[in-house]
Design a protein around this ligand. Sequence first.
Ligand code: SAM
Length: 248
Amino acid sequence: MNDFTFKETFFKRCESSNFGRNSETGRTMKTDELNDTFKHKGLRKKLVQTLKEKGINDEKVLAAIASVPRHLFFDSGFLEFAYEDKAFPIGAGQTISQPYTVATQTMLLDISRGEKVLEVGTGSGYQASILAQLGAKVFSIERQRSLYNKVKGLLPKMGYMVKVFYGDGYAGLPAFAPFDKIIVTAGAPYIPQELIDQLKVGGILVIPIDDLGDQVMTTIRKGKDGALETREHGRFRFVPLLGDKAND
Ligand code: SAM
C-alpha cells in the first residue's frame, strides 16, 4: 500500500471508529453525561477576556478556548478552579497547563484544519481537545498509564476524537509520521532528534526547553533540505518531560 492509500485508509477507518472531528463544531457533547451550563460558558468568556488582556490575539484560538469546557477535565471537587488562568494538579504528580500557556503554544503551532498534529504529554487531554476543536487530526502520547486510561475514556465521551497512546514521547510516533506540527507540553532538557525527524518539511515543533529552572518556549521550523529555524518566545514553567513509561 503506498503512503497516500495508507493514510486515506487509516483516516477512513478512524473516522468510522470516532477519530477526528465529527461535526462542524468539532464535538458532540452528551449533555446528559457532561454538564456544560450557562455559568460555565460565562466563566469561559471571562477567561477569554483575561487571555486577550495578556496578549493572546488569535481569534481562532480564543474561540476554541471559549468552546472547550475546561471544567470537564477537573475532578468534581475542584470545578471552581477550572476557569482561573492557572495550572492545576490532575494526579500522578502532573498538571493541566495554564490556559495562557495552552493558548500561547496553540498560537505558535498555527493550526490549519486537517493538519496532523503530534502532542507529547496528553495529561488531562485539554490541550489535545483545543487542537481537535481547531480541526487538527491529533495524536497524543502520555507516559502515565493512569492519565492515559482516564483521557482515553473521557475524550470520546466529549466528542473529541483524539488518538491517544501510552508511551514515551521522546520517541514520537514513527508509525504515524510525518506530522505537520508537533507540540511538547512538558519541559524538555533538549530537543529530541526523533521529533525533528518526524516533522514534515515546512512543519513546526513547539517545545519548552529547560533553562535555569524554568523553560524557554521554543519553535523550530523545518525548512527545505532539513534546515532548522529556531525562535524563542519567552519563559514558562512546566513539569519535566520524563524518560520512558511510568510504572503506575
Ligand atoms: N497537555 C496537558 C493537558 O492539556 O492537560 C498538560 C501536560 S502536563 C503539563 C505534562 C504531561 O507530560 C504529563 O501528563 C506527563 O505525564 C507527560 N509526560 C512527561 N514525560 C513524558 C514523556 N516522556 N512522554 C509522554 N508524556 C510525558
